[in-house]
Design a protein around this ligand. Structure first.
Ligand SMILES: NC(=O)c1ccc[n+]([C@@H]2O[C@H](COP(=O)([O-])OP(=O)(O)OC[C@H]3O[C@@H](n4cnc5c(N)ncnc54)[C@H](OP(=O)(O)O)[C@@H]3O)[C@@H](O)[C@H]2O)c1
Length: 267
């Protein structure tokens, strides 16, 4: 069940954070995994040893997904290393907003270049490869709860994460007949170096986690297990869809009947 044995998976932006969690889970499922980032991680050797300890192999491919030539090279190096290419996870994405009043065209371009354009054109390369071989191919886009609900001060990030959902559907429509699955994974609050750096203080970090309906932050491995379903043979009927992995964030209404003092209404 849920074996990725002999498959090759490239996860963009996977030297730390959610991408690394996805890579670890795919490696445990037997996939040959390709780690990517703009910089080679300092603990490269230890990470590679860990990622290749499941009867599989692991490599690091340096590359920036916002640069057209580097996207093509990353896919080629993955294919050259393992002789086949099956899974692309478009995880590299980030957050450049500094509040509504500081919004600039540069921030918009930077956000959409990475979060939307990078994902679209890396996906196109993967789709062309899958079509040329006729074998099954899977693509996962990493969206967010911000694909569904906005926050003050994160206009560009939220718009880009919303676009990822429509990109997922559009690419699924283009590939229905090609044995290709395109889906999105939309996490809520995930414990990554990025958010720890943004929040700074450990006590505040804990308080934010306690505010999630589940009472804690999501782990990077939990993101990996949700992604595993999307790229597994068992998940092959799912395309053009998304998994929201948010510990209940989007299930809660802002206004609660109990807060209005109307408990028992209708009973
Ligand atoms: N953390 C959360 O709570 C959360 C929640 C929902 C969604 N997300 C989404 O999940 C994804 C990952 O977020 P994260 O929090 O794990 O950490 P992150 O800081 O956004 O990403 C870390 C990884 O991305 C790489 N990266 C950054 N820019 C890149 C580029 N242009 N090309 C290639 N690699 C690049 C980094 O390595 P280098 O710096 O060396 O390039 C690193 O490997 C993002 O799409 C984010 O929007 C995060």
């Amino acid at each position: 069940m849920f074996s990725l044995k002999d498959k090759t998976a490239l996860v963009t932006g996977s030297t730390f954070g959610i991408g690394l969690g996805i890579l670890k889970v795919f490696a445990r499922a037997g996939a040959n995994v390709v780690m990517n980032g703009r910089r080679k991680p300092e603990d490269h050797d230890a990470l590679m040893a860990d990622l290749s300890s499941h009867g599989n192999k692991a490599i690091f491919v340096q590359g920036d997904v916002t640069k057209a030539g580097e996207r093509g090279r990353m896919l080629k190096e993955s294919l050259d290393a393992f002789g086949r290419f099956d899974i692309l996870v478009n995880n590299a994405g980030s957050f450049f907003d500094h509040g509504w009043s500081n919004l600039t065209e540069e921030i918009f371009d930077q956000t959409f270049n990475l979060n939307v354009k990078g994902m679209l054109f890396t996906s196109r390369l993967a789709i062309e490869h899958f079509r040329s071989t006729g074998q099954r191919g899977s693509i996962v886009m990493v969206g967010s709860v911000n694909s569904f609900a906005s926050e003050r001060g994160t206009t560009c990030y939220d718009m880009s994460k919303g676009a990822i959902l429509m990109m997922t559907r559009a690419l699924a429509v283009e590939t229905f007949k090609d044995n290709i699955n395109v889906n999105a994974l939309c996490p809520g609050l995930v414990d990554t170096p990025l958010v720890r750096r943004l929040i700074g203080d450990e006590a505040k970090f804990r308080t934010v986690g306690e505010g999630v309906p589940k009472g804690r932050w999501c782990t990077i491995e939990e993101c990996g297990y949700a992604a595993l379903y999307l790229v597994s043979d068992e998940g092959s009927y799912m395309t053009g869809q998304h998994i929201i992995l948010d510990g209940g964030i989007l299930a809660v209404q802002y206004t609660r009947i109990s807060d209005l003092g109307t408990e028992g209404l209708g009973t």
